[in-house]
Ligand binder design. Structure first.
Ligand SMILES: N[C@@H](CCC(=O)N[C@@H](CS)C(=O)NCC(=O)O)C(=O)O
Length: 191
């Protein structure tokens, strides 16, 4: 069984939680208190960060790598497109996640000009989603899962009105019809 070293409030952990739920993988969750992290966590991940998964004594940190590992180890249902170019496009969106997370954290910290920067980032994703139903193209998958945790938290924790970005808001509503994403919305609501 997979063990997930997890923190409810962590959007990177949310990526792992959603992929695990989509694939129906049985897991054991160890909740980590990020304000008082156990010393042993550094043996599993030298950065001391979560998420980390563990399977038969083998450990893996880094949410993007965890998502890819889970996709390869548990291929059903697939969360990457079949076409190599489409897969590369998904990986590029994930590799450049800072284009969303950078403005998000600046906005959360209340930095000068962050409102405008975050709005601009949301507008770019809105424009992308006006052209296609999911970030990765025609099908829901890892690009959506990788980025939705910040958008949910922006809406539910930072009070951002996503209604100003209609395609983005519609995408989020469609994602939240999926039990795996709805469960994550429940976790955010309880924070
Ligand atoms: N690049 C890492 C980032 C993970 C991360 O930053 N996790 C945060 C919680 S959201 C954490 O563990 N923070 C503790 C710290 O920075 O010391 C990933 O994608 O898994």
């Amino acid at each position: 069984m997979i063990t997930l070293y997890d923190a409810a409030r962590c959007p990177y952990c949310a990526r792992a939680r959603i992929v695990l739920a989509e694939k129906g993988i049985e897991l054991y969750v160890v909740e980590i208190d990020l304000s008082d992290r156990p010393a042993w966590l550094y043996e599993k991940n030298p950065t001391g960060r979560v998420p980390v998964i563990e399977e038969d004594g083998w450990v893996l940190p880094e949410s993007a790598v965890i998502m890819e590992y889970l996709e390869e180890r548990y291929p059903d249902p697939p969360l990457l497109p079949a076409d190599p170019a489409d897969r590369a496009a998904v990986r590029l969106l994930i590799f450049r996640d800072h284009e969303l997370t950078g403005p998000y954290y600046a906005f959360r910290r209340g930095e000068d000009g962050a409102d405008e920067q975050f709005d601009a980032a949301l507008s770019r994703f809105d424009a992308l989603l006006a052209e296609r139903p999911y970030l990765g193209g025609a099908e829901y998958g890892l690009a959506d899962i990788a980025l939705v945790p910040w958008l949910m938290r922006a809406r539910d924790m930072l009070g951002v009105d996503l209604g100003r970005f209609p395609a983005l808001a519609d995408w989020l509503a469609r994602l939240e019809e999926r039990p795996a994403v709805a469960a994550e919305a429940g976790i955010v609501a309880a924070l």
